[in-house]
Design a protein. Sequence first.
Length: 524
Amino acid sequence: MPRVLIADQLSPAAVEIFARRGVQADVITGLSKDELLKIIGDYDGLAVRSATKADKDVLAAATKLKVIGRAGIGVDNVDIPSATARGIVVMNTPFGNSITTAEHAIAMMFALARELPAADASTQAGKWEKNRFMGIELFAKTLGLIGCGNIGSLVAERALGLKMKVIAYDPFLSPERAVELGVEKVELDELLARAEVITLHTPLTDKTRNILSAENLSKTRKGVLIINCARGGLVDEAALKAGLDSGHIGGAAFDVFVTEPARETPLFGTPNFIATPHLGASTAEAQENVALQVAEQISDYLLTGAVSNALNSPSITADEAPKLKPFVALAEKLGVFAGQMMDPGLKAIEVAYIGEVAKLNVKPMTAAALAGVLRPMLAEINMVSAPAVAKERGVTVSESRQELSPVYDSLVRITITTDTGTKAFAGAVIGGSPRVVEVKGMDLDAPFGAAMLYVNNLDKPGFIGALGMMLGEAGVNIATFNLGRVAAGDDAIALVGVDQAPSPALLSAIQALPHVKEVRALVF
């Protein structure tokens, strides 16, 4: 039974889901780093919110860990590069608290527009300062969205319901999607110049850090209202403080800060500034939703291999997983074959999908193929870490699809390019098992064995007998023997499944046989 550590407070419903699905879930919250390091090695999965830090040290100690599930959107507390390098899938639940966060941004916008916190404090202090709090209408105002993804689009929908004009800056927003949402796509400088209210809905990256810098804040309209319910660090807090003090910025409302918990910041105590303690996802409905989602996602992955909302791995639905399983196995074994046959100086890997397999989700198969190709060089690699490793090493990876297959219902072909040229290897799933059906353009039909011998030779009489005799004299038993050739007397291959791995001395002796071009011992 897989074991999952729930290290932060989640709804009890999550534990029920794990139990119902056949996953043991241990709820141990409030762990110090040292305490976490002592026990994390016992678990296959880790479920967290934002408190537990899955840093490099924790991941190094997590020798069995396969998946981390974040109940929420932000994964600042998870070292994703380290997780990827260790083959750990990192998932979040981006949709469970989207509505809640969007509503919080709208609530902050209303609070700013009508100065509600200050008016409340004044009234409850016994004052009746009706003339002091002169708000603004949001009707017909221009709202600028920095980021128009899942949450940003929900904010846009609600703002349009308030009859606001919505403009959006998002490099990934297509013109078609902008039309569908009813927003105007603009560049950042235009948004800064036109927006009367700006709200941020983008992750914190090197490109978005301080996207509202002192320079960009100076480009905004006088009196602009700024709302950040996304991530601390998107706005230069000191520059915003200066803008509020000067009156250039009409007001700001933050739910997130550079340092959290936010005990102190230049913004605290500034007139026209509203702060909440990262409440964007804090509703009963949202916490229930993300807890249920993270439990389902972790369970699906550990039990079926289905991958949902992963940040470092291709997604695989529960319906796809059983269909993909035999082809993922084929792609990986074929990749291992190609990796052991590879000459130095890997430059490119192309994976071609031919026939019915071309209609499936090929991303997991490509990742598995990459893992296979790289495994002979890098033992600790899997389909999660392989794409990142290939990119780091400058290896070009490409895919192609062809829905018509002349011979096999489905065929997967891996072509590797090195400093010395290209080699291609193809395989098919036959009777539910992966098989090699083409090597260097020569047809054959061979199952994968734990240990195999590859021989490339000229097709001359007596060779097979000589090879068999040499293996027998060395005490190597033949399990399977499969042949392929171009034509009589031309290039040929023998792919031999053996019960004992050939020794280096035996390989040298085979290489010395007449007409032998290449000999390799293969392990799967």
